[in-house]
Design a protein around this ligand. Structure first.
Ligand SMILES: Cc1cc2nc3c(=O)[nH]c(=O)nc-3n(C[C@H](O)[C@H](O)[C@H](O)COP(=O)(O)O)c2cc1C
Length: 200
């Protein structure tokens, strides 16, 4: 089992993409292996609240969402089931996660429903941890990371994961700002090394 990193920015080559690469490097240094998935590259339709996942009981998890066959949300969900741990690297947009990442997370309603129904394919997943590096342009704002943190916390709970305290980095705005901050780069690598070492 490997680690899976979800990169949430709509901006290719930006700060959180770099953070994702640093997480991957930290895991590699600790002896692990991590794949990065760029959520912006996936075609993701919004949850339409059709209620299908509420009404459906399924033995195979893929059949619980009415629009699963129409987009690539499932390709991103699938690695979570077997990953040793998952990590997010995302910017803050208007005090929250970028819309594509949030759209994908909303599609996780099917897992919340299956979890509530105690379906074994999800209820019996092993207890694991999830992690996040969040970057924001503003140097201040007491609750700058709170919306993103809570959404990630409740999303990963569906997969029997507990969200570790995110590494929240402020004052990182223009492309290249993170590369200029060696202290932040080191903290991300160390965070990932710890994540991997504590994940087994
Ligand atoms: C649509 C949008 C909304 C943003 N909202 C916030 C915000 O609420 N607070 C903040 O500190 N920075 C905000 N930012 C700045 C980004 O968090 C910052 O530029 C970050 O470094 C972008 O990461 P990236 O390079 O990985 O895309 C926003 C940026 C965009 C594009």
């Amino acid at each position: 089992m490997d680690a899976v990193i979800y990169a949430g920015s709509h901006r290719k080559g930006g700060n959180s993409d770099h953070a994702a690469e640093l997480l991957q490097e930290g895991i590699r240094r600790a002896g692990g292996n991590a794949a990065i998935h760029f959520v912006r590259d996936a075609h993701i339709l919004p949850c339409i609240a059709c209620g299908f996942c509420d009404k459906t009981k399924s033995v195979t998890h893929k059949k619980r969402c009415a629009i699963a066959h129409k987009d690539q949300a499932w390709e991103l969900f699938e690695p979570i089931f077997t990953a040793r741990t998952i990590l997010f690297a995302s910017p803050i947009y208007f005090y929250h996660l970028p819309s594509r990442l949030k759209t994908w997370i909303d599609r996780g309603q099917q897992f919340w429903q299956a979890h509530m129904d105690k379906e074994p394919w999800i209820a019996e997943l092993p207890q694991r941890k999830a992690h996040a590096v969040l970057v924001a342009g503003q140097p201040s704002g007491e609750k700058l990371f709170e919306g993103a943190r809570l959404t990630l916390k409740y999303f990963v709970q569906n997969f029997n994961m507990a969200l570790d305290e995110p590494l929240a980095l402020r004052g990182i705005d223009s492309v290249g700002d993170l590369i200029k901050r060696q202290d932040f780069e080191s903290r991300i690598i160390q965070y990932a090394e710890r994540v991997w070492n504590e994940s087994h």
